[in-house]
Design a protein around this ligand. Structure first.
Ligand SMILES: [Zn+2]
Length: 290
């Protein structure tokens, strides 16, 4: 009798508990589906963020000031300022789906080989190194675009000694050339520079990059007037917009291919080649259409 009563009590408890159990199961299901939706949304966001990754390298930094313009303006300050503006433009437009990483965010020392290594670490799609220059041509208002270059002897030698780090960029030169061409196109379309030079040179800090990699020398300051221009916020925002145009065009190239025809109508003065050779070595030369 006692045994039966125990069972009866248990049965009553179970019956009373059924609505609560159903509610709990329902809640649990809702919670699970909500969690799933949240996880999916988070993943979607991650995927969106991961659509493209651009690493911007503000040239120089810390003890390395780069070129000094006038008495106080250092190239390292300009490169960081322009890199931040480009980052701000991209971050303010989520539809671009470009994640931006800066190799340095303050005035700090950063070895040359660390710069491409940071881009490789982030598995970046694009690596853009920003520099400014100073030449002795008062009328020269030009943008220089560089991709890495290897001589056949160098490639052979690096392969022989299994120098894989230095060979990385050699596998991406076609993409780099295309990336550079799109930037060149954006610079020409802007009309902001009297001249655009697309060059290739044995640039050390590009050679470790395992993705499309370009260096720009975004303006020159041979005179006081140009220094004021380089320093102005308006000019830097204009430069940032031009670079962004080149980046977006490159990333959307499959949709835009039919509208784009790279131009190489400008031939730089012979003096530029000589200056380049002094700066980057004898391998510097005008990039050819391929
Ligand atoms: Zn520089």
């Amino acid at each position: 009798m006692i045994f039966r009563k125990k069972h009866l009590n248990f049965l009553i408890i179970c019956i009373l508990a059924i609505p609560a159990l159903i509610e709990a199961a329902s809640l649990s299901r809702r919670s699970f589906s909500q969690d799933l939706a949240a996880a999916q949304a988070a993943q979607d966001t991650d995927q969106q963020q991961a659509s493209f990754c651009l690493v911007i390298d503000p040239g120089h930094g810390g003890k390395d000031s780069g070129v000094l313009f006038g008495a106080t303006l250092a190239e390292k300050t300009l490169t960081l300022s322009l890199a931040r503006k480009l980052q701000e433009l991209i971050d303010s437009d989520p539809e671009l789906n470009i994640k931006v990483v800066l190799t340095r965010v303050e005035d700090q020392d950063l070895p040359l080989d660390r710069r491409a290594a940071i881009a490789n670490h982030h598995r970046a799609d694009l690596f853009l190194s920003i520099h400014f220059g100073s030449y002795l041509y008062p009328a020269l208002d030009s943008m220089q675009i560089f991709i890495a270059d290897y001589s056949s002897e160098e490639l052979e030698y690096l392969s022989m000694i299994n120098e894989s780090w230095s060979l990385m960029q050699s596998k991406h030169l076609a993409e780099s050339r295309e990336f550079g061409r799109y930037i060149e196109q954006a610079v020409r379309a802007s009309g902001a520079f009297a001249a655009v030079n697309f060059l290739k040179a044995p640039i050390y800090f590009l050679k470790g990059a395992s993705m499309a990699a370009v260096e720009v020398e975004a303006g020159f300051a041979p005179s006081e007037e140009n220094i004021n221009k380089l320093e102005s916020e308006d000019y830097q925002w204009q430069l940032a917009k031009i670079l962004l145009q080149g980046i977006v065009s490159f990333l959307n190239k499959d949709q835009e291919q039919s509208q784009f025809s790279p131009s190489s109508e400008f031939s730089p003065p012979a003096e530029i080649d000589r200056v380049r050779e002094n700066l980057y070595g004898q391998g510097t030369r005008q990039e050819q259409e391929q």
